[in-house]
Every structure is written in C-alpha cells, then in structure tokens.
Design a protein around this ligand. Structure first.
Ligand SMILES: [Zn+2]
Length: 814
C-alpha cells in the first residue's frame, strides 16, 4: 500500500462579505486586508437580499440574490468568512467557528499574541528587512505609500495600492511599514498614478504578497477596466477581477481624458501576433466598462478617449464576467488562481492495521512563532497508487461546514475543496496524524454524518471482494468480457463441483480473448489472483461419482462428498483421466450464483467510472459497493454502487465532486423494474443533483420496451431544472454491455462502434467524460430521447405558443 501526498502552503483565504453600497465598511476591508499576508487575493463578496438594478446592464435576471452570493462563495471557496455586519453571513450555512468579525481580524496593540487571524504583514516586513533591506548596498526597489488627498479618489487609492488602518491600536502596521522600508509618500493624482504604473513601484498591497507564487487559471489578455473611482460597487468588481486575472489595469473614468494617450499606447503596444501561432492570430486588449457606466456613455467615451488607430486592436466588453455562475463545459473554464509559497511531496506507507499516516505540515519560514487562529493553510492532495484502490482519496466538496472526512485524531476539521483537503494551521510545523479509510467505509460514515443509516448489502460484499481479489481495476479489466463472465458464472452453477477441467478452462478463456490487444494474460490473472483454485477431480471408488479436492486437501485417503465414504487415491494410475483429472474451481465471491449475486455488473460499473471513462483525463473516484440505506424520512433505499467522482484539472483547480448512485444488473430479462426506478428517484430527492446510473451487462437491443420506458421516464424527470441549485435535478446515465465490457477507454470503444456513438466521441463541445454529457448521450443512444438541447428548445417553443395563445385570448376579451 503506497500513498502519495502533495502538500502546498498558501495564505488563508478570507472572504469579506459587504453590502456594495457601504463605502465606510469597504474602506475598512481594504485597510484590513492590506495587513494580511496574501491580502490582495482575498475576495470581496457583494451582499444583497434583492438583486440590484445595476447588476445586469440589460436587466437579465439569470440568478436570484442568494444564488449570486452563493456563486461567489463557491467560486472562491473561502477558508474564513469575515462579516462587515454582525449576522450578515447567517444564511450561508458556514461553520460558526470560521465566521469572524471585521474588527477582530487584526491583532490590536496591547492584545495578547494569540489574537487575530491569518498571518500579519508585520511578519513579512521583518523577513524582508532581514533578508533584503538591512544591507545598504543592495539596490532597493522604489517603495511607496500612496494616499489620495482629494476625497473621491481615497477609496480608489486604497483599493488599488492598499491602505493602512488609522485606529490607534492598529497604527503599528503603517509605523512598521515606514520603519522598515522608509517609503516615499505619494499623493495620488493622474500623473503619479501613471508613473506608479510605469515604474512598477512596491506598494503596501503588493508587498503583502511577497513570497507567494500565483498560478492563474484564465487566459485572457490585458484588460483595461474603465470604472467610476467613486463607486464602491465598481471597486469591488475591480478587486475581484484583479484577484483572478493576470493583467487588469484600472482606469478611472474621471481621469479618462488625461489617461487617454497612455491607454492608446498600451493598446498599441499590446497588439501583436500570438507567439507561435501560424494563423496570424493577434493578441488584443479588452476594454471593459464597469457596471456603473451607463450604456449610452460607453461608445462616446470609447471613441473619444480609448479607440486606437487600428480598431482591431481592442475588444469592447460592456459586461462584467459572471464569476458567480458555473462556466458551461463548452467554454474555457475560469477559476481562481492557486497560490503557493512552498510545497512538498511525500510518499507514505500507511500502517496496514488502521491505514494511519503521520506527516509534518508546512509553515511559512518567516512567521512569528506564536500568533492567532487560522494563520495559514496547508492544501493536501492524496493519491493512492496501491493496486487494490483501497484508500478513499476523493471526497464530496464542502468548504462551508464539513462533517467529513473524519481523519481520526485531526485536531480540527479538514475542508474538502476543489483544491484538495485544506487544513488551517495555528502552530509552526505541526504534525498531523490521519487515520484513512477505504471507500466503502468512507461513504458509509458520510451517510451517517448525513443522518442516514447505511449497511453493506448482500450484493455489496461480493462486489467489494471481486475488486479486491482481482487487485483493483487493473484486474477487473481482465474479466471485462461477456464470455469470461459467463464462463465463471457457468462454473458456479455446476452441480456438485463448481469446477472445470484445467485444459478446457484455459482454452475457453484464451478463445474468448484471442487477438485482443487490450486483454493479455487473462487466464494467468484468473489463476494467480485466485479467482479459481487448482485441484483434482477424483472418482470415488465406492459410488463412482466425481468430487473436487483442492491441492492442499489431497491425501492418500479421501472422503467422498456424495456417499461420504473413504476411498483411496489412485496412486497406481494418477494420470488416468477416468480416475483423476486436474480442474479449476471458482472460489470466494466468484463461486456465488447469479453472476456473483450481481457483483460482476457492479464491479464492472465501478471500474467504468474509475478506469474507463475519461481515459487520459482521469477523474479521481472513491467507491463503495452496494449499501442499504435508511433515509432521514424513514424510507428505505438501496444502491448497488455509490461513487464520489471528481474530474481533475491538470495544474489547476479540480471540478466539484459529484455523487453517483448506481443500480447494476446482469443479463436478466426485464431486469430493471419499477422498484429500482423508485429507489433511485428517492435518492435523487435526498441528494439533489446526484447522478443516477443504470448499468447492465446486456446489450442495448436486449433491453425491453418496459425497461426503456421506465428509465426514460426517470431521465425526463431528471432533466427538469432545479433553479435553487442552478443545475438539473438528476442526470440519468444508462450503461450497457458496450460500456461495461469496454476493453480500454470509452472513447476507443465508442469510436470503434461507429455511427452515433462515434459522433458523440468527436463532439469536442460536449466531452463524454463529463457526466451530464454522458447522461445526455446515453439517453439518446439507448432510450430514444432527443438531445437535452433539443428537448429544452421544444419546451420553450411550446411555452411561447401557450403564452401567445393566452395573450390572444385575454386580448380578445378586452
Ligand atoms: Zn462416493
């Protein structure tokens, strides 16, 4: 068993919740976050109970107020919420311990050392002083402290360059900054603004992110953000844009006239061919206008002050990027950047008894030994490289109030997020001791945390044993063939002895997978992994019936299984096939009738998600075999497999984990019934948005019309949109023998199958490894349903016809 850990150290991410019209609080937010290590990347979440009119220029209302605020939170997944008004974050379902007041974030002078949250910039200043600035001979960068003398630009200056708190007990921050860096005081004017930009001065906000490597996950080019410097809502928009985008230059509309030559020269300079692109694609500057600039003013402003000679050099954008909205699959996904100050990788061998691991966490080299709460964050990514897929490494994302995962002795909760497992630390280089668990136990205790009692079902045990016996999905692949599964099942049903002669077994396995480039050494695997055991079939000399004896049972005298009498081993003619013959017998879960009590279908379905889907863009999966569930409502349900499925993003932030419930069937006729549909619907009600899977080893043409109608009905129900969650009720996936027996990857299998299957593989807009797309494809392939897009279109058409006729009738009445 070998586990690898990647640990990344980053600042704690605070989200400040503020009403966008509250200028005073916003100013305080700018001052507080300037004093935090990495403060520039802390998001500011606008709070409102009703979507304000200015939110969307065109008056579109795609989301309600709660969805927007939730969307901001989900995008940033903050570690800590900072309330600018007591109780403002009450309805977010956040763990109370991680909701703090704005006035409590910073340690005040006279407080004990253990007050405050996050890491103070004073620690950063000390480090820079010791390493960089105490030696006079070093070339010192230009360090400045920017203040606007004129009021309307005060808030703008704090937002762009940072500002220090002015209350007496917090004055020490600015004092420290002055003492250490001896900054030049600069009055903010259009002229100084330009020179600050051109010379790349070090400002209070910038210095607070020293030692942090920022990896952006968006690919936009330079953006000029034209905003009203006196509008708090524009400043919040700029703040969040800068926290997520590589290059954003704020241009106050008040200064647009003076800054005009600069804007044009920046645009011209930026207009150049995309390096390495043979199609003469040019890099262009985006000119974005903030939400408070009226639509009617945009064009005149642009023409007068921004438009360069070559209009192709710019793109005008009048809308603010909706970071609160999930990006659809077909457009490039933007996520927040990942921050990192140091990292390490560990390879650990968990204690075989309790799967426990011990490891040291990272802490910033420059931090003071003691401090307040939640001082920095360790982000931990687990991967299990052992063959048996024994350790749960993927968990449902919940940064708000996770009850899960419970890693034994961990002093505080670990936050499962799209970045990995986040651990907020207080002590320098503390040790962690985690007791890890396997998927079945993990999912089981997650149910319990959700007040659902769960027990492994009768079919669940063989499924788990099959996967474990075969040494994980590598081995399950070896039985992923209809003939192999049928052969094993046939042996399990043989009367008296579930065995087959050695040569016959070997031939039948080899014939089934002959010339199959993906399936090699199947026979050897079945024997070596102990799917079958070797023994001798011997004929009883008393009653002439045959019995099977494993190698370790063999002896000179044997007991007949049928007549129960003793008989002698044929020592004089051991090779005579009328008396003795070598034979394999299915053992363990493989000896169970009815396709290992459904275990093959379930194991193959789990393997499909863990190993077949996605191919190279592997997702990470935690799986459990069948569990019986008693829901909080008292109702009972059951699933043959349960998965946590998380799509991975190379070098980036992963997708949120999806919850998958599956029903698996072997080859039986009319296998899926009403009860199965009801059980799954119940699970989707309990876990909104969960993915529902019906998996069968049958081929599509062997599905009955009743089965198709039943699953189709549920799939249609699942397509309805759940507005509160901004997603459909439940994607329903139907997998057939084509998918379960896929030799290698789904792409390959569907491509080889040709026709509609192959067309779906080629559709880059809707990659089939995305579960909602897979649902859409399989519904079209096997249930005869229209595509989701077509279905939605038809629905809208019907609705508009209905509305038109209603309008007509009411018009007639007047
Ligand atoms: Zn006998």
């Amino acid at each position: 068993m070998s586990l690898s850990l990647k640990i990344r150290l980053r600042p704690v991410r605070f989200a400040f919740i503020v009403r966008p019209e509250n200028r005073a609080k916003l100013a305080e937010v700018f001052r507080v976050t300037t004093c935090l290590w990495g403060g520039k990347y802390n998001p500011i979440v606008p709070f409102f109970k009703k979507v304000p009119d200015w939110w969307d220029r065109r008056g579109h209302r795609f989301e309600n107020a709660k969805q927007i605020v939730d969307g901001y939170l989900d995008f940033f997944e903050p570690d800590i919420l900072v309330e600018t008004e007591k109780g403002i974050a009450n309805s977010f379902g956040f763990d109370e311990q991680r909701v703090i007041q704005l006035s409590d974030v910073l340690e005040r002078q006279g407080d004990g050392e253990d007050r405050g949250y996050g890491l103070s910039v004073v620690d950063v200043y000390r480090e820079l002083y010791q390493k960089e600035f105490q030696f006079v001979h070093r070339k010192k960068p230009k360090i400045v402290n920017v203040k606007a003398k004129k009021n309307p630009f005060n808030l703008f200056g704090s937002c762009v360059f940072g500002a220090f708190p002015t209350t007496t007990t917090l004055e020490y921050f600015e004092q420290n900054y002055r003492d250490v860096f001896d900054p030049e005081n600069i009055n903010l004017t259009p002229k100084s603004f330009l020179s600050l930009y051109k010379t790349g001065c070090v400002t209070p906000l910038r210095i607070g992110q020293m030692n942090i490597r920022v990896r952006y996950h968006e690919h936009s080019d330079l953006t000029l953000f034209v905003l009203d410097a006196d509008e708090p809502r524009d400043l919040i928009d700029y703040w969040n844009l800068r926290a997520t985008h590589r290059q954003v230059l704020p241009i106050p509309v008040q200064w647009l006239k003076i800054l005009s030559p600069y804007c044009k020269s920046v645009i011209n300079k930026n207009y150049r061919p995309l390096p390495g692109n043979p199609h003469r694609v040019m890099i262009r500057t985006t000119v974005m206008f903030s939400r408070s600039i009226p639509e009617s003013e945009i064009d005149p402003l642009f023409r007068k002050h921004v438009a360069p000679d070559d209009v192709n050099a710019v793109v005008i954008q009048t809308w603010y990027p909706p970071i609160w909205r999930t990006t659809p699959d077909f457009s490039a996904r933007t996520t927040r950047p990942t921050l990192e100050t140091s990292e390490k990788s560990l390879s650990l061998n968990p204690d075989p008894k309790n799967k426990a691991i011990r490891f040291g966490t990272l802490s910033p080299e420059f931090c003071n030994r003691f401090g307040g709460e939640f001082r920095w964050a360790n982000v931990i990514n687990l991967s299990d490289w052992s063959a048996g897929d024994e350790i749960a490494t993927t968990f449902p994302c919940n940064y708000r109030n996770p009850q899960f995962p419970p890693f034994g002795m961990a002093l505080q909760s670990v936050l499962p997020t799209t970045e990995g497992l986040v651990l907020l630390s207080k002590y320098v280089s503390s040790d962690e001791y985690w007791e890890l668990i396997d998927g079945t136990n993990a999912i089981n205790s997650w149910f319990k945390a959700n007040k659902i009692s769960a027990t492994l079902s009768d079919g669940g045990r063989p499924t788990q044993q099959i996967i474990q016996t075969l040494g994980g999905f590598w081995g399950v692949t070896r039985i992923a063939h209809p003939e192999i599964v049928k052969l094993l099942n046939q042996m399990s049903r043989r009367p008296i002895s579930r065995s087959m002669q050695q040569a016959e077994f070997k031939n039948r396995v080899n014939n089934a997978v002959a010339n199959d480039r993906w399936r090699r050494k199947v026979f050897e695997t079945l024997v070596e992994r102990k799917v079958v055991a070797l023994g001798l079939e011997l004929r009883c000399t008393k009653c002439a019936s045959w019995s099977w004896y494993s190698v370790d049972q063999l002896d000179y005298v044997l007991k007949c299984e049928l007549c129960l009498k003793d008989f002698d081993f044929p020592i004089t003619s051991p090779t005579e096939t009328s008396k003795a013959r070598w034979a394999y017998r299915v053992i363990g879960p493989f000896s169970l009738p009815d396709f290992a009590r459904g275990g093959y279908a379930a194991a193959l379905a789990i393997r499909f998600f863990a190993d077949v889907l996605g191919g190279a863009n592997r997702a990470s999966t935690t799986w459990s075999s069948g569990q019986e569930l008693e829901l909080p409502s008292g109702k009972k349900s059951e699933a043959d497999f349960i998965l946590w499925h998380q799509r991975k993003q190379l070098l980036g932030i992963d997708y949120p984990t999806e919850i998958v419930f599956g029903e698996a069937k072997s080859f039986g006729k009319e296998a899926f019934g009403k009860d199965d549909i009801e059980r799954m619907r119940l699970l989707a009600d309990t876990f909104p948005g969960a993915v529902l899977v019906f998996a069968t080893m049958k081929q599509a043409e062997d599905l009955s019309q009743t089965e198709i109608d039943l699953i189709g009905g549920l799939a249609k129900w699942g397509r309805e949109y759940n507005r509160n969650r901004s997603q459909i009720r439940a994607p329903v996936i139907l997998l057939t023998g084509t998918e379960l027996f896929a030799a290698h990857s789904l792409d390959e299998t569907w491509r080889e199958k040709g026709g509609k299957h192959a067309i779906f593989v080629e559709n880059a807009m809707h990659p089939i490894e995305v579960l909602t797309n897979l649902a859409d494809c399989t519904q079209q392939l096997y249930l005869g349903m229209p595509s989701y897009g077509q279905w939605l279109n038809d629905k809208w058409k019907k609705r508009s016809i209905r509305r038109a006729s209603k309008a007509k009738t009411s018009g007639d009445k007047e």
